[in-house]
Design a binder for this molecule. Structure first.
Ligand code: UDX
Ligand code: UDX
Length: 468
């Protein structure tokens, strides 16, 4: 099938490369000339496992890049729209890029086309896309608008796309549904994973991939509701972690007990400094705005956002309670990305905390396996960048863990302790076991668990001057 993908961001580029790997002819269109030039010359603008391999496999063959949207439309039978839908000041999704793309697509309709929303958009967007295309002269019999939300996570985007938990196609005509079924057939018939050159399948892969066919409106809502519910799970466990801290319970034990319930499940119950990224914060706000437009006060989502923002403040207070004053303190920071496995710092809780600590006069030496380049673009002074976790820890008053990179969970603790001025670790991602850290001679603070001190006396008891 000949496919055009508009937008070469995280979603567009990964979708384009994966569609090519499924055997389709793909043209990725973007209006950012610098990005196009970089992609054509072999550069990979985002840090995603397996993406460089797919791009080098198909670039110039089944995968091309263009800035000419109308020509791409003329040559393709399906157009996926994956342009940005950033938040406006009031939290609604800004759909002006989607509209301008819809207008331009209208001019390229030379045979039956399916226009598919791939970006995260509010319910009703597909109706608006149709209206805009009709207003701009598109023949109603010559196109359908469909919704095919993307559930890929940054860091595992390629395997999430090729081995999805489900493929949702929202169509209001049998014809468009048939076209989308055909595009995904290598995944829904299990043929892709049998190929010798297939991207390795992750452990939990459901093969063949289940397909869920709905109306366009339901598909649009599935995406918002899914992201809002995942964000809710995270805020819920962070709220429980705060209660654990007050009563001296251990949130990891609580997660174990709660997550063992098959109706709940353990996933997305990792407490920490809150969720970030280009999706959850904006999609929770956008879903809240959609509900308001439908005269439904979805206050639960306000609480999800409030708990998430509070979590960052709580961690800042935890740093104060561990270190007292912060002015002039040398702090080692492990992690800048909004989560492990990506170079993306959009809405990163780590970046928020680093900026707050710099504001309080702390000196920061930071290390992140992938996100330091992007951080340099947003934080230019008061921060030093190290080449390793140990270099960052050198002579620091304390070490903060802010992003859940796997390598940070497997550090040589003896070496780490020898680098630090004081063996104090404040872990915003609960990567270590408090007792292990205490046994290794650290004073260790984390989220939802009692702080631990080398001689096993809970730090809290020491602060209150009482011996246990
Ligand atoms: C996108 C959507 O923005 C988001 O709603 C969804 O949740 C995930 O997919 P992402 O891929 O991260 O997010 O977007 P972004 O990185 O902003 O990339 C969008 C691309 O579209 C950019 O390369 C931009 O240059 C391009 N674009 C934007 C166009 O080609 N034309 C436009 O009119 C607007
Ligand atoms: C998310 C959705 O998971 C994905 O389906 C959608 O397509 C896009 O948005 P992404 O933003 O890439 O993906 O990252 P995700 O792995 O969901 O993590 C989001 C944030 O939540 C990160 O800041 C992460 O650190 C945090 N998180 C995640 C927690 O704090 N606890 C958890 O248990 C899981």
């Amino acid at each position: 099938m000949r496919i055009a993908v508009v937008g070469s961001g995280y979603v567009g580029l990964v979708a384009g490369a994966c569609f090519a790997d499924l055997g389709h002819e793909v043209v990725v269109v973007d209006n950012d000339e610098r990005k196009l030039a970089a992609l054509r010359s072999g550069h990979v603008p985002i840090h995603e496992k397996f993406l460089p391999e797919l791009l080098s496999r198909h670039r110039g063959q089944r995968l091309t890049f263009s800035d000419d949207l109308q020509e791409a439309v003329r040559l393709s039978s399906v157009i996926f729209v994956a342009v940005g839908t950033p938040p406006t000041g009031s939290g609604e999704a800004d759909l002006s890029y989607v509209e301008s793309v819809a207008r331009e697509i209208s001019g390229g309709i030379n045979s039956y086309k399916v226009v598919v929303e791939k970006s995260t958009v509010p319910v009703y967007t597909s109706e608006w896309v149709r209206k805009v295309m009709l207003r701009n002269g598109a023949d109603p019999a010559m196109f359908d608008v469909a919704s095919n939300p993307e559930f890929l996570r940054e860091g595992t985007a390629v395997t999430d796309f090729l081995f999805p938990d489900r493929i949702v196609i929202g169509c209001d005509s049998g014809r468009s549904a048939a076209v989308l079924r055909e595009i995904y057939a290598p995944l829904t018939e299990g043929r892709y994973s049998e190929r010798p050159d297939a991207i390795p399948q992750p452990d939990r892969a459901s093969i063949p991939a289940p397909i869920i066919v709905t109306s366009t409106k339901s598909a649009e809502l599935i995406k918002h509701a899914s992201n809002a519910f995942l964000a809710l799970k995270i805020s819920f466990i962070n709220a429980v972690a705060s209660i654990c801290e007050s009563v001296g319970a251990n949130v990891n034990q609580v997660v174990h007990g709660v997550g063992a319930d098959s109706r709940i499940g353990p996933k997305f119950l990792n407490p920490g400094i809150g969720y970030g990224g280009s999706c959850f914060p904006k999609d929770v706000a956008a879903f809240r705005a959609v509900a308001r437009e439908c005269n439904y006060e979805f206050r639960l989502l306000d609480e999800v956002t409030r708990i998430n923002e509070e979590q960052r403040q709580r961690f800042l207070r935890k740093i104060h309670s561990a270190l007292w004053t912060l002015r002039g303190k040398n702090l080692a920071v492990l992690g800048l990305a909004f989560k492990g496995g990506t170079d993306d710092i959009r809405e990163s809780p780590a970046i928020f905390l680093v900026q707050a600590l710099l504001q309080e006069g702390s000196k920061i030496t930071a290390y992140d396996p992938a996100a330091m380049e992007r951080t340099r673009e947003v934080i230019s002074s008061g921060i030093k960048f190290a080449n390793s976790a140990y270099e960052a820890a050198h002579n620091a008053d304390a070490l903060l863990i802010l992003t859940e990179w796997e390598e940070f969970a497997n550090l040589d603790l003896l070496r780490l302790r020898s680098e630090l001025k004081y063996p104090i670790v404040i872990d915003g991602r609960n990567l270590y076991d408090p007792e292990v850290m205490a046994a290794q001679g650290f004073t260790y603070y984390s989220v939802g668990r009692a702080a631990c001190h080398p001689d096993g006396v809970p730090a809290a008891a020491l602060r209150n001057g009482k011996k246990a």
